[in-house]
Design a protein around this ligand. Structure first.
Ligand code: ZN
Length: 319
């Protein structure tokens, strides 16, 4: 139930506890704070967390991307773009003209001087700002000379305009990029543009992009992944895809902790903890816990966990 204390338990208690434990365990999390933890604003832990020794690290996959990624696009955020730039810099014409990887970046040496690599020029209509496509680069964000260089028939700007699905084909020769983009397609987001600004993503899209990036890191060991209502805004079809990936994490020896009230997602879990009995001041108590099977036995509920989030029914009032 909303306000029953789910966030207090996980976000305000468990995560600060984990954060403190892993700070002591130096080097256990090489990428600490990279992606949003800094935004959560940890308070000192109220409780000690037991069992941390079973984990090599943890990772919070929220619906928000860290502020420092605001000017990033999908390709730069994923780290895919570096590979593309290097591929261009290795072309014979690029070497001839002395274009290093920086020339193939739209916010570095190669950016169109007229629009500074944004592809648009701002002008004022009275007090109203209007954005026009940059006429110097035709919105392609790069210097003319850079756009002359082609790789597999495409210019650097062409790559930026590709969707993830298109890029998956065009960049198929790079195993790491193939894995990352393949994961995004598996998550039902093959339509995303490589050059799409992160500020245009919905919370759900941002969360899945983040998850794809995490999965691409191929973490060794046992990590705890924490997700807050990951299927909000997803169709049944896309939620299913997300659950398959989360299952994969578990198969790979990681653990997944999900704050969720969707019975469909809950039915995938190995263990459930229900807080309640009501929201607000009347919440905050564990009212039931166990495997989905135990819940069904206990409440004699029909398959599919119908009514799990209705605490009254848990007290034996089988439908
Ligand atoms: Zn321009």
């Amino acid at each position: 139930m909303s306000g029953s204390g789910k966030s207090s338990l996980i976000i305000d208690s468990l995560l600060p506890g984990l954060h403190a434990s892993f700070q002591e365990k130096a080097g256990a999390r090489e990428d600490e704070g990279e992606d949003g933890e800094g935004e959560i604003g940890f308070v000192p832990p109220q409780a000690e967390v037991e069992g941390v020794e079973h984990l090599d690290g943890y990772c919070v996959v929220t619906q928000r991307l860290a502020r420092r990624f605001e000017s990033s696009c999908v390709a730069t955020y994923l780290g895919v773009w570096d590979g593309v730039r290097k591929m261009f810099a290795a072309q014979a014409e690029a070497l001839e003209q002395g274009f290093d990887a920086g020339f193939f970046s739209f916010n570095s040496t190669g950016s169109c001087p007229a629009c500074n690599g944004s592809g648009v020029v701002k002008r004022w209509l009275g007090s109203l700002p209007v954005q026009d496509r940059c006429s110097a680069c035709e919105g392609k964000r790069f210097k003319r000379a850079v756009l002359e260089i082609r790789c597999n028939g495409y210019t650097i700007a062409d790559y930026l305009e590709m969707s993830v699905s298109e890029a998956l084909v065009a960049l198929n020769e790079f195993p790491r990029i193939r894995k990352l983009l393949g994961t995004i397609e598996d998550l039902g987001m093959g339509y995303m543009g490589l050059g799409q600004s992160l500020t245009t993503l919905s919370g759900g899209e941002a969360q899945r992009l983040k998850l794809a990036k995490e999965l691409g890191k191929n973490k060794k060991g046992r990590y705890l992944y924490v997700l807050d209502e990951p299927t909000v805004g997803l169709s049944y079809y896309d939620a299913e895809k997300l659950l398959v990936l989360l299952n994969q994490l578990v198969t790979d020896n990681h653990s997944v902790l999900v704050i969720e009230h969707d019975p469909y997602v809950l039915s995938y879990c190995d263990y459930l903890i229900e807080l309640g009995p009501e929201g607000g001041p009347k919440g905050g108590t564990i009212i039931a816990e166990g495997t989905p099977e135990e819940w069904r036995m206990q409440a004699r509920l029909p398959l599919g966990l119908g009514g799990v989030s209705d605490s009254n029914r848990m007290e034996g009032d089988a439908r």
